[in-house]
Every structure is written in structure tokens, then in C-alpha cells.
Design a binder for this molecule. Structure first.
Ligand SMILES: *[C@@H]1O[C@H](CO)[C@@H](O)[C@H](O)[C@H]1NC(C)=O
Ligand SMILES: *[C@@H]1O[C@H](CO)[C@@H](O)[C@H](O)[C@H]1NC(C)=O
Ligand SMILES: *[C@@H]1O[C@H](CO)[C@@H](O)[C@H](O)[C@H]1NC(C)=O
Ligand SMILES: *[C@@H]1O[C@H](CO)[C@@H](O)[C@H](O)[C@H]1NC(C)=O
Length: 358
């Protein structure tokens, strides 16, 4: 059981410098997942992501994009949006059809899943890179480079066959795809970055707290440092003793909250006696160059538990006993005065206890 306790004393100490993330590469990708159940039944799901922030959903029935942020349209005009929606919709119809058509040639067995990831990566100061990747059952199959499709090294003979036949399908399509990922995509992403500046460059301070739980090793404690609700994603967290980083620090995955902020847990197994003096350090761009430091404090000693919990119980029990004695003492005389006890018609206790004395 997790023994939850907030023992953190948050002290802001100088140290660490906030990094400027504006030069980090940014990736925009559209993900389409087609589940092909049988020859006549297909389900498509689409979404678009700016790094790890979802920007668009997709209604597979109407083919309309769902704009998840006010700035998700970028600087596209309504006309351009309609064209984009139509082309995305017709592509999503084409792709599964193509896999249905070739299911026997490519030895595909129903049900199966095909995933297409398409987009571009912007490296500031360098040319951007466009990509399209296609996966079958979660494994890379083919990818698009230099205006044509290439088999994935791990895709085997199926990948080579799919590649050959997809390249033969339509050369105009390949030209269009190339233009889409190398020309149109980077321009759209730049406009998204500009329109969404306020949300994308926001800084949200984390909340942090410490917990302790049982460790699989006997005599050890697991100290956990929880950091929650921060944005953007890069964060540095570690357990320290004084100024010394602790080697056994275990970092969990950075997990998303529904509001787009992030959560991380960083834990450390220590001998129970050595927990004192440890602290969890958090460095994040929202903290203005000052690390957040949470000091571990020993949970209350058994003696303290005794004083705080057991002593009042003992006192209460003592009081109850005393009251009971008093009540009994008070009641007894009334009871012994009661005449029926000496009633000769009823057998007295003495005769019952010692019938031999009669
Ligand atoms: C195809 O799969 C769908 C969904 O699983 C099912 O409802 C339908 O009956 C299947 N059709 C055939 C011909 O097997
Ligand atoms: C799939 O096959 C049908 C009928 O054979 C054909 O009309 C259609 O163009 C093919 N589609 C693709 C994407 O190959
Ligand atoms: C694509 O073209 C570039 C430049 O022409 C070349 O450096 C690169 O190797 C090519 N990639 C493939 C997979 O052929
Ligand atoms: C949208 O923004 C991009 C990047 O700033 C720019 O290159 C493009 O011309 C803009 N398009 C329109 C229609 O304004």
C-alpha cells in the first residue's frame, strides 16, 4: 500500500538555467489508421499532431477535420481547407481499397491494420524533411523518399512487392505526395507555430510532492517524487543527497494529462535508515532558472505515533474503566438494597454455591 504523505518543503534555490527550446526541431504528422476487418468492412481513424500535441481530429463519416485548437487552421483559407479535406478523404478511401485489392498477392490475412504517417520535420536553419511511412500490423513496411516508395529493410519480400506495385500505380500521385510533404507541409507548420504561439510557448509550473512506498528489497524504502501538470515536456528531475546525484534514480515515462500538460514520477530505492537527507530536484523552463527542491523528511517515529495515537487511546480506556467502576460502584448499593435478593422463597447464592454445607 502506498503511504501517501506530503512531506515536501518546497524551497527555491538558485541553480540551473532555463533552456530556450525555440530552436528544437518540430514535427507535424498526420496519422491514418485503417482497420480492415474483411473484404467489405473497413474502419478509418485519423488525427494530426504537432510534436506530441494533438491539433486535429477527423470525422471518418463526413471526412471533415476537427480543429482542436482555435489556431488549428493555421493560415489556410476556407477554400484550401476544403481541398485538403477532400484530398485526405479520397486518399483514405484509396489506401484500404488498394490493400483489399492486393490482399491475396501480398498474402495479407484479415483482419489486419495499415497505418500511414505523413508529415514534415522542421529543422530551423536547415531544410525541412518530409516523410510518409506505411506500416502493416504495426511494423514498418514501406516509406516515401525522393518521389518514390522504398521498402523497409525489415519488411522482407512482402515490402519489396508492395513497394514495386505501389510505385507502378501512379507517378502523378508520387509527385503530389512529394509536393505535399516538402512544400505545403512546412509552410502550414510555420503558420501553425505562429498562430498557436500563445499556447505552444506557454509555461506551466509543475506541482511536486513526495511519497513513500514499499520497496521489493527488504529493509528498503521506495521514495517517489511526483511532478505533475508541467508544460512544455522537457524536464530534469533527480534525487540528490546534498549536491550529489543519486545513482539508482529511476525515471518513469513522461505521461500526458488531458489538458496537454505532463506528469512524471522519479523514484529511488534506499535503505530505510538512509532516507534522511535526500531531496528531489526539479528543473523546468517554467521555474525561471530556479530549481524546485523537495526535502525528504522521516515519517513520524514510532514513539511519536505512540504519543499521538496510542496514548490518547490508553487514556480514554482508562477513563472508560474508571467511569464504569464508578457507575458499578454507584449501582451496586441500589442493587443490594433491593429486597427481592433476600427473598427467602428464592434460593440464596450461598446455598447454591455450597450445598454440602447444608
Ligand atoms: C465483416 O466484418 C464486420 C465487422 O467485424 C462484420 O459486421 C461483417 O459481418 C463482416 N462481413 C463479412 C462478409 O464477413
Ligand atoms: C481495386 O480493384 C477494383 C476492381 O478490380 C478497381 O476498380 C480499383 O481501381 C482498384 N483500386 C485500387 C486502389 O487499386
Ligand atoms: C534522395 O536524394 C538525395 C539527394 O538527391 C540523396 O542524397 C539521397 O541519398 C536520396 N535518398 C534515397 C533513399 O535515394
Ligand atoms: C501561410 O504561412 C506560411 C508561413 O508563414 C507562408 O509561407 C504562406 O505563404 C502563408 N499562406 C497564406 C495563404 O497566407
Amino acid at each position: 500500500m502506498l503511504f501517501l504523505q506530503l512531506v515536501g518543503l518546497v524551497v527555491l534555490l538558485p541553480g540551473g538555467d532555463s533552456e530556450d527550446d525555440s530552436q528544437e526541431p518540430v514535427a507535424f504528422q498526420v496519422i491514418l489508421t485503417s482497420s480492415l476487418y474483411n473484404r467489405s468492412s473497413t474502419r478509418n481513424q485519423g488525427s494530426a499532431w504537432l510534436d506530441e500535441l494533438q491539433t486535429h481530429g477527423w470525422d471518418s463519416k463526413t471526412g471533415a477535420f476537427i480543429f482542436l485548437w482555435p489556431w488549428s487552421t493555421g493560415n489556410l483559407s476556407n477554400e484550401e481547407l476544403i481541398i485538403a479535406e477532400r484530398s485526405f478523404y479520397s486518399n483514405t478511401i484509396q489506401l484500404p481499397l488498394c490493400f483489399h485489392n492486393y490482399s491475396s498477392d501480398w498474402q495479407l490475412e484479415y483482419p489486419f491494420q495499415v497505418q500511414v504517417t505523413l508529415g514534415c520535420e522542421l529543422h530551423f536553419g536547415e531544410p525541412s524533411v518530409g516523410f510518409v511511412r506505411l506500416a502493416y500490423q504495426g511494423e514498418d513496411l514501406i516509406s516515401f523518399q525522393n518521389k518514390s516508395w522504398w521498402p523497409s529493410p525489415k519488411g522482407g519480400s512482402r515490402a519489396q512487392q508492395v513497394c514495386r506495385q505501389v510505385n507502378e500505380l501512379d507517378h502523378d500521385d508520387n509527385e503530389l505526395t512529394h509536393e505535399l510533404i516538402t512544400g505545403y507541409c512546412p509552410r502550414f507548420v510555420l503558420s501553425l507555430l505562429d498562430a498557436g504561439k500563445a499556447d505552444l510557448q506557454r509555461q506551466v509550473r509543475p506541482e511536486a510532492w513526495l511519497c513513500t512506498g514499499p520497496s521489493p528489497r527488504s529493509g528498503h524504502l521506495r521514495l517517489a517524487c511526483h511532478i505533475s501538470g508541467f508544460y512544455p515536456k522537457p524536464v530534469w528531475v533527480t534525487w540528490m543527497r546534498g549536491e550529489q546525484e543519486q545513482q539508482g534514480t529511476q525515471r518513469g515515462d513522461v505521461l500526458p494529462h488531458a489538458d496537454g500538460t505532463w506528469y512524471l514520477q522519479v523514484s529511488l530505492d534506499v535503505k530505510a535508515k538512509e532516507a534522511a537527507g535526500l531531496s528531489c530536484w526539479v528543473r523546468h523552463s517554467s521555474l525561471g532558472g530556479q530549481d524546485m527542491v523537495l526535502h525528504w523528511e522521516q515519517p513520524p517515529f514510532m514513539g511519536l505515533v505512540f504519543l499521538v495515537v496510542i496514548m490518547p487511546l490508553v487514556l480514554l480506556a482508562g477513563l472508560a474503566w474508571w467511569l464504569w467502576k464508578r457507575w458499578k460502584a454507584h449501582w451496586r448499593p441500589q442493587c443490594t438494597d433491593f429486597p427481592s435478593e433476600q427473598d427467602p422463597s428464592s434460593p440464596g447464592p450461598r446455598t447454591d454455591l455450597n450445598p454440602a454445607q447444608r
